[in-house]
Design a protein around this ligand. Structure first.
Ligand SMILES: Nc1nc2c(c(=O)[nH]1)N[C@H]1C(S)=C(S)[C@@H](COP(=O)(O)O)O[C@H]1N2
Ligand SMILES: [Mo]
Length: 214
């Protein structure tokens, strides 16, 4: 297998013999356009989100790729507001926690991947409060679905739902820390959801409210 082209040569069916030159040039043009896009994707931050072939591990803050930045999600004022609180609601009961209050609760560490449909997956060490602890604090029905909302004002992943199999899993965290330090703004500061075996689109960043659906 030293020369993979050898077989073709012997058979006399080289690509250049078979395909018209015009088609060959069109292929080159397409490939060149793709390479240009990918190269730009590695240097222009705005294109990073659509570059599925570039280096992913380590290309974002804290050694984890970023799908959507805090700036592009328009969450910077809300996410950095010292008055931010996470709201958890079940029926008429609502409780809320500031980030220091969440950090004062028992913390759990889990290693879990973010798996994005754009074609990358990256593992990270997350720390935070098990979601079920917060649900217990509002006496949530353990069979209930949740609606999880981000402070993000618009966008497809602003609000998602979560079934009890994820909500009650001990590794499902309201994450406050990532890879040993405070969660970066681009990874969802002040708090984000992280759950095992959920697609990346459902790992909501910049949490605002968790509502137990009845
Ligand atoms: N609020 C909010 N959360 C979000 C998103 C988003 O656009 N807005 N993108 C999701 C997608 S598609 C992925 S893959 C992960 C990426 O998380 P990361 O940027 O911390 O790696 O966040 C998810 N959480
Ligand atoms: Mo994603």
């Amino acid at each position: 297998m030293a020369d993979p082209a050898g077989g073709r040569r012997n058979g006399g069916t080289d690509a250049a013999d078979v395909f018209p030159r015009r088609a060959f040039l069109a292929t080159v043009a397409t490939a060149t356009a793709a390479v240009t896009l990918l190269t730009a994707g590695q240097t222009v931050p705005a294109l990073r989100a659509v570059n599925v072939f570039g280096p992913r591990d380590g290309s974002g803050p804290q050694g984890l790729p970023v799908n959507k930045t805090a700036v592009s999600a328009e969450v910077v004022p809300g996410a950095t507001d010292p008055g931010w609180r996470l709201l958890v609601t079940a029926g008429r009961t609502t409780r809320s926690w500031s980030r220091p209050e969440l950090l004062a609760l028992p913390q759990t560490e889990v290693r879990l991947p973010i798996a994005c449909v754009e074609g990358w997956s990256a593992s990270a060490l997350w720390s935070g409060v098990p979601l079920r602890d917060l649900l217990d604090a509002v006496d949530a029905d353990p069979r209930a679905d949740l609606q999880i909302s981000s402070i993000q004002p618009r966008g497809a992943y602003r609000v998602v739902e979560m079934g009890p199999e994820f909500a009650r899993h001990p590794d499902t965290l309201v994450a406050l820390g990532l890879n040993g330090s405070t969660l970066d703004l681009d990874h969802g500061f002040p708090a984000r959801m992280i759950a095992p075996n959920r697609p990346g689109v459902l790992q909501t960043k910049w949490l605002q409210r968790i509502e137990v659906l009845t």
